[in-house]
Ligand binder design. Structure first.
Ligand code: ATP
Ligand code: MG
Length: 140
């Protein structure tokens, strides 16, 4: 199977606890390669645009507060079946449901402050990558 790409965010709860390297190691150990990476302070506008699909959910405002509460690391990951591979190593949204050995089981603080984001389809991965990266910032 050919390599595909997915989009990842190391969220503010993880950067605050100096876990950027630890999270990235788990991604790499799962067979994903970091082909683009930058540490940014997300603006309110970026957070609201990125999570637009959740606009009607009760947690939307708080989620945007959280995602702008500190630096995040946005990454493009490449590997075989990258979207699924990444979702598998991330674990369930709620850390209390996440399997042992997953990033969220290891590090997440709560259902909101759950350390990582990962695209949920190839189509959304392409959109999310284009939201944060230009083609020349991705070096495979
Ligand atoms: P992500 O999109 O960040 O990879 P996910 O696909 O596992 O996570 P989604 O349902 O897309 O989960 O929710 C997006 C994010 O919104 C979650 O990662 C979490 O930070 C937050 N979130 C989801 N459900 C809740 C909730 N019930 N209360 C508070 N925050 C929530
Ligand atoms: Mg999601």
């Amino acid at each position: 199977m050919a390599a595909t790409r997915t989009f990842s965010i190391i969220k503010p709860d993880a950067t605050r606890r100096n876990l950027t390297g630890a999270v990235t190691k788990m991604l790499e150990d799962a067979g994903l390669r970091v082909v683009a990476s930058k540490r940014i302070q997300m603006t309110r506008e970026q957070a609201e645009g990125f999570y637009e699909v959740h606009k009607e959910r009760p947690f939307y405002g708080e989620l945007c507060d959280f995602m702008t509460s500190g630096p995040v690391v946005v990454q493009v990951l490449e590997g075989e079946d990258a979207v699924k591979r990444n979702r598998d190593v991330m674990g369930a949204t709620n850390p209390s449901d996440a399997a042992d050995g997953t990033i969220r089981k290891s590090f997440a603080e709560s259902i909101e402050a759950n350390s990582v984001h990962g695209s949920d389809s190839d189509e959304n991965a392409a959109k999310e990558i284009a939201f944060f990266f230009t083609d020349d910032e991705i070096v495979g």
